[in-house]
Design a protein around this ligand. Structure first.
Ligand SMILES: [Zn+2]
Length: 549
């Protein structure tokens, strides 16, 4: 492997308290090192900005729902073919790019690690197959556990408490799938949607047929993940996504999990005041107040960007709600006894009250939040917009004049119901951008070797021209280095890196299979012994991150 010295750049490495200091960064054998030899390749980074590679804590890039979205939007993809070259595979682009193109595009933006945030465990083979075909980035996936009938049984038996059996079952599921963490999506609600197009509306609603409540699912599985000491805490898509007035549910969910580590996905979609069926308003400031008082909780924003999007979610009833807003096509799918899925192509319009309010609430979360380590950048790709819009989002945060111009173009009735007209003059610094796009996500994912440039860190580095136009700057890194090799130069992919699968592991009592096997036999069509993914071609090579306990 090559040795590289990145010389003379302004280094932004907030995890190590380095804020724009001019210093060299040395890379050898895929790691950041103290020093390299005289023959090391020299990258002259004078006048440039050096950051760790980007880490996306919440996106949708692989698995059956992503593939279904590709099939559902041929019109959106056929106009953006990506040609094969000597080094690159062909593919399609657009909002839901094909696998290889997804990896290429993330790399061209300076991202080196991406988390697929919602994978049905039953579809782990599909998810792994697609992640294997997504080069240039290290990748992990979170498995869906909030509507699993077998886990409901274990939760009911334990009366909602965290039982040893439940802890073992969660650890077994990660082992069986190669997953990295645990995701809860509308706990209990998706099961009711699958039963009779129902939903839960509060944390104490009964999940018919199972005698469990969303609150018990949150407490039991959130508690199990916490007690197992998994590298990433439970990742929560709360109940009532998108419903006016849902901030109350979100706060109640936060209170239920408070005291344990938890991450709240796409908080913007859960920050609404008003009444169900009426017009939403913003309650972002209240959620931020709660987060400030609870450092054990974090969130990503799920910023809406005006323009086309594809909503894709395990939250089936949310997709039905969007369909009812006039969608021309939608997709609904039940994954046996463990989760659901809905997809609706969508467009956010600046002139639309609700869309402008969503956009404004996202910006409020960024701009009113006190601690950037707690509120991270995401668009819930491709739900709020494509990951390709991150550079524009960064400009909205860094450039007040640009932001004021964009605010002026949005529905003013909505904007007046946010804090955006209250003289919000905050402009993110480069270090704050480095926090919300790499340092904080890596830390929250428990990836100790990522998101920073200290000695021993992964040699994933992005080098930008320091341009006044921050959108242009972040859209076109000068160099991207992955695992110690220069993969992007002058906006072109120069070298293909496969990236590794990141999995987590927690010890469990192997006897748990004797509990799970009969429950599988009663409910799944797949035989228990066929469920775990054993194919080495899918599982290896992986980097396994061990649980703390
Ligand atoms: Zn999501």
């Amino acid at each position: 492997m090559s040795e590289i010295r990145i010389s003379g750049g302004a280094v932004h490495d907030p995890a190590n308290d380095i804020d724009g200091e001019i210093r060299d960064v040395c890379l050898k054998d895929g790691r950041v090192v103290d020093e390299v030899g005289p023959d090391a390749r020299l990258i002259d980074a004078r006048g440039m900005v050096v950051m760790p590679g980007g880490v996306d804590i919440h996106a949708h890039i692989a698995g059956p729902k992503v593939n279904a979205a590709r099939k559902l939007t041929p019109d959106e993809r056929r106009d953006h073919p990506v040609d094969r070259t000597a080094a690159l595979r062909s593919g399609t682009s657009g909002l839901v790019p094909s696998t290889f193109t997804t990896g290429y595009r993330y790399s061209l933006l300076g991202y080196t690690t991406v988390v697929e945030a919602a994978a049905p465990p039953l579809a782990a083979r599909h998810v792994l197959s697609e992640l294997r075909d997504t080069p240039m980035i290290d990748k992990a996936f979170l498995i869906l556990m909030g509507n699993n009938q077998v886990l409901f049984e274990l939760i009911r038996e334990a009366g909602g408490a965290v039982s040893a059996q439940l802890r073992d079952a969660v650890a077994w599921w990660l082992e069986a799938t190669g997953g990295y963490g645990v995701k809860l999506v509308n706990p209990g609600g998706v099961e009711l949607w699958k039963q009779n197009n129902g939903n839960v509306h509060s944390l104490d609603d009964d999940v018919a047929g199972f005698e469990v409540t969303p609150r018990q699912v949150l407490e039991a599985i959130g508690g199990a993940v916490d007690e197992l000491g998994l590298p990433h805490p439970v990742h929560v898509h709360a109940n009532n996504l998108g419903v006016p007035g849902n901030a109350g549910t979100t706060l109640e969910t936060m209170r239920t999990l408070a005291g344990r580590q938890a991450h709240f996905a796409h908080l913007q979609f859960h920050a609404y005041g008003g009444k169900p069926g009426g017009l939403p308003r913003s309650r972002a400031p209240e959620l931020l107040d709660y987060l400030s008082a609870h450092p054990e909780l974090t969130a990503d924003v799920g910023q809406v960007m005006f323009g086309p999007a594809v909503t894709m979610t395990a939250d089936g009833p949310v997709a039905a709600m969007l369909r009812d807003l006039g969608a021309e096509e939608w997709f609904n799918h039940d994954t046996e006894v463990e989760t659901g899925c809905g997809i609706v192509p969508y467009r956010y319009r600046a002139s639309n009250y609700v869309h402008a309010l969503q956009w404004g609430i996202g910006l409020e979360l960024f701009l009113l939040g006190r601690d950037p380590w707690q509120v991270m950048l995401s668009t819930d790709h491709p739900n709020g917009g494509s990951f390709l819009s991150y550079p524009k989002l960064i400009r909205l945060l860094m450039d007040r004049a640009f932001r004021e111009d964009q605010i002026g173009r949005a529905n003013q009735r909505a904007i007046r119901r946010t804090a955006l007209l209250d003289g919000l003059d905050r402009e993110y610094s480069l270090n704050e951008i480095a926090i919300i796009t790499r340092a904080a996500p890596a830390r929250r994912l428990g990836l100790r070797d990522k998101g920073h440039l200290g000695v021993g860190a992964d040699a994933d580095v992005t080098i930008y021209h320091d341009r006044a136009d921050r959108e242009e700057m972040f859209a076109t890194p000068r160099y991207v280095i992955k695992a110690g090799e220069v993969v992007v130069e002058e906006g072109e992919l120069r070298l293909i890196d496969d990236g590794v699968l990141l999995s987590s592991h927690a010890g469990f009592d192997p006897e748990v299979v004797h509990v799970l096997a009969p429950l599988f036999g009663e409910r799944y069509t797949v035989a228990f012994e066929h469920y775990p993914v054993r194919d080495p071609a899918l599982r290896e090579p992986a980097r396994v991150v061990e649980a703390r306990s």
